[in-house]
Design a protein around this ligand. Sequence first.
Ligand code: SF4
Length: 371
Amino acid sequence: MPNKHKPPVTFAHPAFQKTLLDWYDAARRDLPWRASPGVRPDPYRVWLSEVMLQQTVVKAVIPYFEAFLARWPNVEALADAPRADVMAAWAGLGYYSRARNLHACANILANGGFPRTEAALRELPGIGAYTAAAIAAIAFDLPAAAVDGNVERVIARLHALSEPLPGGKPRIRLLAQALVPEKRPGDYAQAMMDLGATVCTPRSPSCGGCPVQGFCSATRAGQPERYPVKAPKPARPVRHGDAFVIVKGSCRDRHVLLRRRPEKGLLGGMMEVPCTEWTPRTEAEQGSAVSACWMPAGTVRHTFTHFYLKMRVFAAGYAGARSEARGFGGQWVRLDELPHTALPTVMKKAVAAGFEALGIAARIGGRGLLR
Ligand code: SF4
């Protein structure tokens, strides 16, 4: 009986590896976390960048990576930082459990150093299969296959795999692992990432300029964009909620009421304006209404991994909403402290809408409060 997990040998691996590495040597991306050719990579930079790059594009990560590195140049410095500072510095990058795990992981690494096996790396907070493989390959030159969405696409196309994702992922991982060379596995991992990000793109791959076109089954078949085949996704559900922006004071002494979200769960440990639970039913369907002291400030829309959020925003001065503000709990934050507050993007949108309704400028001295 054929072994369905046995990778087929569809082309000569050494020729493929050499072609890809030659291309990488000539066309590698210059990224701030990358070591120069011949220089041993710094595991701290590799780890920090790979955590930031989880579900986030390179362009968005670069300014955050540079700011983190300037402020916390090594893992010991990051471990010593108050967690609230790390969360605030992460604000806007999304997927905030990464920041919590990053700080927890820094504390382990500062004491024990970086483990040097893929399996041991996987034991650390916030490090899954992909990140462990990427760190093992790039920082320690171990023959690990780092398979993210880009690499998945390249492998699916090279082999013209017809099995749809996500069911086809284990097979893709096996095929990816079979291609990893014994020499220069770190450069090879980065070459695959670069190929997926710059040449073998999801739409309109540049097959004409692709270094491994001669090895690619999908381009031979004439329909590279068909791959990877994907099973239809269920529609993303919509959730609804209400947010309340309460402001007190005037001019230079203005404050906004914020509270900290529970440590566990979505946006855990980040700050928020008081808001209702986010549920599949609209507030109108639930029969709830807001009192007359609130000024409608529009609806904020935000996409999370598993749902869309439509959140009505209401705004009020403290004088009018005093009794409700007391019920919300939380703390008053001066407006000029907002840039240093761990306010996730969805909450920045809510605050901006509330400020606009109240006629408050979201800039002080030319500086954006909600960067
Ligand atoms: Fe991707 Fe085209 Fe290169 Fe194949 S030839 S790996 S489809 S860019």
